[in-house]
Design a binder for this molecule. Sequence first.
Ligand SMILES: [Zn+2]
Length: 351
Amino acid sequence: MNTVFPANFPGYEIETYRHMAVWSLFGLIFSIIVHELAHAVIAEYYNMPILSIRLFIFGGVAEFKGRPSHPRGEFFMAIAGPIMSFFLALFFWATHIVLSQNFGVGPTSQSFQYLGYLNFWLAVFNLIPAFPLDGGRALRAAVWHKKKNLVLATRYASNLGEIFTYLIMGYACYRLSFFDDIIGALWIGLMGIFMLGAGHYAVRQTESWSLLEGQDVRDFISADFVSVSPDLTLNDFVEKYVYKYYQQNFPVVDGQKLVGLIDVHKIMQQDRKRWSWTHVASQMTTLDEIYTVDIASPASEALDMMGRLNINTLMVTQEKKLVGMLNRSDITNYLAIMMKLERGKIVKNSI
Ligand SMILES: [Zn+2]
């Protein structure tokens, strides 16, 4: 913003430009938050709770719990943000008009004018039908509604998103080679990488949902598992348990009570010299950090949960009692095989 203000609104002191930039930045952050809130309110209305919102260069990306339940909700949720940005653009623009008519054109009214522009372009940019931008989401919802198939719709939207991404990356290369616009190219490059990743992820995710259709956590749990005592040294733990039972994780049980979970992978990263005097208790994930899932929950929900929390194991409970463990790899290995053998089933299971 260092050059934006002097170029567009000439004739002020450096200090004034600085104020304009700071206030506009606040205004922009406020605008993005309001844009995201609009998504969240509509999502809530359609019963699609939002888990988190990651603010991104040109707005934010909302993460949802589980899969979108119906195309209509997804569509209105997607366009709510850009519509809000249009309203904000109008609001800032109107404020600029009112201020400049009553008090004359000055830095304050021009900051509002600038925010009006920003919100307008925020709305337009987000409406580009390139998944995972809002426009791409809305497009996916429309295709989903028409074809009655979320997997096909996601592939379609993601492919379009990919084409768009390569186009803007091409533009970034052009800016870089002809105008030495390193910062611009870097931003666009980052955004492109993000969009490609998010698009591919969404396709994989919907394919998994389709393949896991109708399957519960029950179908994947390991019910015969071995637990360990918190007082064991890591040496004993590795010798007597890890090499013997090939589990990725061991529940830590004190007497009858589950007190934690120890991850073999985490132990292997430790300095071996410390193994003889370090105990399981100090290396385990404690009970309050362990995540549980009910045995009757859909398998896809459990997989999403592990992905989101970046963990590999969930404790499986039935009526609050520990009945087994669910490893991420048990589901992903199954999915890897099914993706090879049952590609047709992915699309046939119209979710
Ligand atoms: Zn949005």
